[in-house]
Design a protein around this ligand. Structure first.
Ligand SMILES: C[S@@+](CC[C@H](N)C(=O)[O-])C[C@H]1O[C@@H](n2cnc3c(N)ncnc32)[C@H](O)[C@@H]1O
Length: 273
């Protein structure tokens, strides 16, 4: 599945008649440039076939759902609660150790996904900082934007951090070249790699069905090093080696003992003042 808007998407509602949902679905369809299709009691598979579409964005009361007729994804923040609570207890988090963010910094998350690490970044940089998250799949960008705005978490600092993430529908390969050097302090990448981590099938799996599966673009990481004021981090499975051109300029690789995940850290080349 491509993440560049070529996937054919329809927007519809749940089976229950709901005028507010129909109005919201019409708005989202306009935003996505996708057709709004009245549900009229029809099953999703049949609706997809009738409109020769791959994915339906279903607007239900209180939530948005992506469906291909078999796999469904509605927004959830993945490990945000567990990791966020640990961070609030001052326990270590590998992303925090790798990124070393401080209050007031700006962070660009090139691969937003669930917005979990973007929200953790928003927690780190606080109200005076700024976090922008890029998502290349347009329907997923809408689902994540609305989820980050509305998903209920009892832990107030985490809920507030989610709300501070600015979601942008963009492909990092086209977004980064438009940025001036110094536009962000930290730039992060976490694309899908071929393998799923053990135990993540039911959480990451549905996101992966609708997300952009293209591999990490090394040229974009090198470009990010020219843009960030401080650091670039790339998350990857710990047994996967990054392309040689990245390894050649990597500052360090960090992983937890016996951990499945690693962060490759790239400190930016020093700039002339
Ligand atoms: C593994 S998930 C990221 C999870 C995220 N780090 C989190 O904490 O929730 C990868 C996400 O990046 C998106 N993505 C992949 N390639 C992209 C690109 N070139 N530009 C923008 N988003 C991209 C995918 O659609 C997917 O939603």
């Amino acid at each position: 599945m491509e993440g560049d808007g070529i996937i054919s998407t329809i927007v519809t509602t749940g089976l229950a008649k709901n005028e507010a949902a129909s109005a919201r679905a019409t708005e989202i369809a306009t935003e996505l440039g996708a057709p709004f299709v009245p549900r009229d009691g029809t099953g999703i598979l049949r609706l997809l076939r009738r409109h020769e579409a791959d994915v339906a964005l279903i607007v239900q009361a209180g939530r948005l759902l992506l469906s291909d007729g078999t796999v469904e994804y509605s927004y959830h923040p993945n490990m945000l609660l567990v990791r966020g609570l640990n961070i609030l207890r001052n326990w270590r988090d590998l992303f925090f150790d790798a990124a070393e963010m401080s209050e007031g910094e700006s962070v660009l998350d090139c691969t937003l996904g669930f917005g979990c690490e973007a929200s953790l970044a928003a927690l780190a940089v606080g109200e005076t900082g700024r976090v922008v998250g890029l998502e290349s799949n347009p329907a997923l960008a809408v689902v994540t934007r609305e989820g980050l705005r509305e998903f209920h978490l009892d832990t107030k600092p985490l809920a507030a951090a989610m709300r501070r993430v600015a979601v942008v529908h963009a492909d990092y390969q086209t977004y980064l070249p438009g940025l001036a050097p110094g536009a962000f302090d930290l730039i992060a990448f976490d694309p899908f790699f071929d393998e799923r981590l053990e135990g993540s099938e039911h959480t990451v799996g549905p996101l992966a069905r609708f997300g952009d599966q293209r591999p990490l673009d090394p040229a974009s990481v090198l470009l990010a090093r020219q843009i960030a004021t401080r650091r670039v981090v790339v998350k990857h499975p710990s047994h996967v080696e990054l392309p040689a051109e990245l390894v050649a300029v990597r500052t360090k690789e960090m992983s937890a003992r016996k951990g499945q995940t690693a962060y490759s850290v790239f400190d930016v080349p020093s700039r002339e003042p």
